[in-house]
Structure formats: C-alpha cells, structure tokens
Write a protein that binds this ligand. Structure first.
Ligand code: FMN
Length: 182
C-alpha cells in the first residue's frame, strides 16, 4: 500500500501539543495551539516550533523576542485547542476561550494560569522551512504547579498529556511504559 506523501505528519502521531503565548509590542497577549514542536538542543536548551508564515505567533515573537510554551494537558485541553480562533492581532484569544493571563517570570510574553507548566523562551532565531518558519527559542525559565512533575519530568500520569493526531483527533497520554535500554 502506498500512502499519500502529503499525509506524512499524520503518520508521525500523536505529536505533543502546546499553546504558544506571545505579546504584541504594545502588550496585547496572544495564544495559539501548535503541534509541530520539538526540543532541538540540550546546551543551550533550545526548543523549536514550526509556525505558518504571517501568523501572529511568529510576528510577535520576532518583534518582542520572547514566547512561552504551555504543554497542553487534559485539564485545559478544550480551551487550549479553541485558542486556534483567528482574531485580529490587537485582540487576545485568552479571554475569548476562558483562559487567564499569568505574568511570566523572565520574559515579556505571557504565561497561562490554567497550565501546570509554562516554559519561558527568549527568541534565539528563525529559519525558513518551506511554507512554515522554524521559530527557535532558548529556555530561560520554567514555572510548574505543585504536582506538575514526577521523577523530574512532566507528570503525565496525573496531568494527561495531549497529543495531536490530525484535525479534531487527539490522544490523551497517561500510560508510561519502561523499556530497558540495556
Ligand atoms: C492542535 C492544533 C495544532 C496546530 N499546530 C500548528 C502548527 O504546528 N503550526 C502552525 O502553523 N499552525 C498550527 N495550528 C494552527 C494554528 O493554531 C492557527 O493557525 C492559529 O490561529 C494561529 O494563531 P496565531 O495567529 O495567534 O499564531 C494548529 C492548530 C491546532 C488546533
């Protein structure tokens, strides 16, 4: 069986899903869901998000030099996905979906109060990638709720990680399986 090559990203699934928070130069908060996202370096700690050209996220990150990644979890998955709503750049998606802006510790971009984890990033660079732009940030701070971690990593068992399959299909991950790496 041949599979349509345009479906490649649907074969790499579920993809970790996050909300990326930014702000306009005059301080209007912005938030949107993204699943083309991956760590790219330990030292320095770098994370990349592939953003469609012209989206508010890349415009704001470029202009204000910061963004925040909030990994989507079961408790706020509906609100998080609905931040996809397309609003003018000067209007915030936070209130329209019922999420709350939390000031970040190290960057101007806002954090999400409802998110157990907020990863604050300084703009590190951007790289054209086909019809997207790979936005790379250096992690400068992570804020976590009381039970956000287990064994030093995200507490998937309690929080439930949200993975995107395609369209409106998602996976909730709570099972952690140990595989002996020898
Ligand atoms: C679960 C999910 C994942 C998404 N992943 C991406 C992505 O990785 N890259 C992208 O450009 N758009 C992605 N989108 C679409 C954007 O969220 C959408 O275009 C949004 O309006 C962009 O917001 P912004 O203009 O405020 O940045 C995704 C949408 C959903 C619902």
């Amino acid at each position: 069986m041949d599979i349509d090559k345009a479906s490649f990203y649907k074969m790499i699934a579920p993809r970790p899903t996050v909300c990326v928070c930014t702000a306009t130069p005059d301080g209007t908060p912005n938030i949107g869901p993204y699943s083309f996202v991956t760590p790219v370096s330990f030292d320095p700690p770098l994370v990349a998000v592939s953003v469609g050209r012209g989206k508010d996220t890349i415009l704001n990150a470029r202009d204000t030099k910061s963004f925040v990644i909030a990994p989507l979890t079961d408790g706020w998955k509906v609100e998080g996905v609905r931040t996809e709503v397309k609003l003018p750049r000067e209007e915030s998606e936070f209130e329209s979906v019922g999420l709350t802006v939390e000031p970040s510790v190290r960057v101007d971009a806002p954090s999400v109060k409802e998110s157990p984890i907020n990863i604050e990033c300084e703009y590190w660079g951007e790289f054209p990638s086909g019809d997207h732009i790979l936005l790379v940030g250096e992690v400068v701070h992570i804020s976590g709720a009381e039970d956000a971690t287990r064994n030093g990593r995200i507490n998937l068992e309690d929080l439930g990680g949200v993975g995107h399959v395609t369209g409106e299909e998602f996976c909730i991950s709570r099972d952690v399986t140990v595989i002996d790496r020898e």
